[in-house]
Design a protein around this ligand. Structure first.
Ligand code: FE2
Length: 282
């Protein structure tokens, strides 16, 4: 028997928070001591929470929800009302709100994040019964990809193959989100930060950044909705896929054990496809 030595995790670039503070230097090792220092750095400033209901992000979420092509998300008029109620209940640190405003410069990332948030919202209504779990899922979805905007735009929008360094930065972005959220929420292991760091891990341990088995239900739902929406959107390196093709690809992920079958079935039934479920239980 052998044990794989746990790789040291580092940040491969200078990571700057939205308040312009450099919170991690290039090649900084991410360990317990780093997070302790990060919290001390964060504690210097007063933290204000802000409800999103009066902000542009809430209006943008509503606009997406009202698009005719997204009607399939809403099983009934009650679903829209429920989603709006949950979204209205979300308050975030002021610096997280600034991050979401900043994210608008990355048009694809921003609207993809909002679409994923709504998808996660409707799936969560089916998966979770408690208000707190649903709120956590929606809030975590809205904030999970803050770190991707620290990857240079030329890499995010590169049509061709990524080189090793570029690929490494992409694979580090869940760590960037986790570090930023820990700094903004000033809390060790805040649920949003824990979900963000896990949102590209999978059921086989073949994801990133750590390559561990995905055990966080909210992060699993985010990953599922993230892949689904990404496949259905045109990107510089490939055209948009049909709903059916996107579901086929996700069904393969379920069959391989990477994606949770129950969560997939919920998304599958929402998407209204005529294809039968891979697990046969939907
Ligand atoms: Fe991501």
């Amino acid at each position: 028997m052998f044990f794989r030595k746990k790789a040291k995790e580092i940040v491969s670039l200078n990571l700057t928070a939205i308040d312009q503070k450099v919170i991690a230097r290039k090649n900084q090792e991410i360990d317990a001591e780093f997070f302790e220092n990060l919290l001390q750095m964060a504690a210097v400033k007063e933290q204000k929470m802000q409800a999103i209901v009066d902000l542009p992000v809430y209006q943008h979420l509503q606009l997406i929800l009202e698009k005719p092509e997204n009607r399939y998300l809403l099983k009934s008029a009650g679903t829209k009302k429920q989603l709006e109620d949950y979204l209205s209940a979300i308050s975030l640190p002021e610096l997280v709100i600034k991050e979401l405003n900043w994210m608008q410069r990355f048009e694809y990332v921003y609207y993809h994040t909002l679409a994923v948030t709504l998808l996660v919202g409707v799936v969560s209504l089916e998966v979770f019964t408690g208000r707190d779990e649903r709120l956590l899922a929606i809030g975590a979805a809205l904030t999970h990809d803050l770190g991707i905007t620290r990857v240079p735009r030329v890499i995010l929008e590169k049509p061709g193959r990524l080189d090793e360094y570029e690929y490494r930065l992409i694979r580090e972005h869940p760590n960037y989100s986790c570090i930023l959220l820990t700094y903004y929420f000033r809390e060790m292991e805040h649920a949003f930060a824990q979900t963000a760091v896990a949102h590209h891990e999978d059921g086989l341990g073949t994801g990133y950044p750590k390559g561990v088995i995905q055990e966080n239900p909210t992060a699993q739902i985010i990953r599922l909705c993230d892949i689904y929406d990404a496949l259905k959107t045109a990107r510089p390196f490939r055209p948009a896929m049909s709903t059916e093709k996107a579901l086929d690809i996700l069904a393969e992920e379920v069959a391989a054990g990477k994606v949770n079958a129950l969560y997939f079935d919920i998304l599958h039934s929402l998407a209204g496809s005529q294809k039968s479920s891979v697990t046969g239980v939907s």
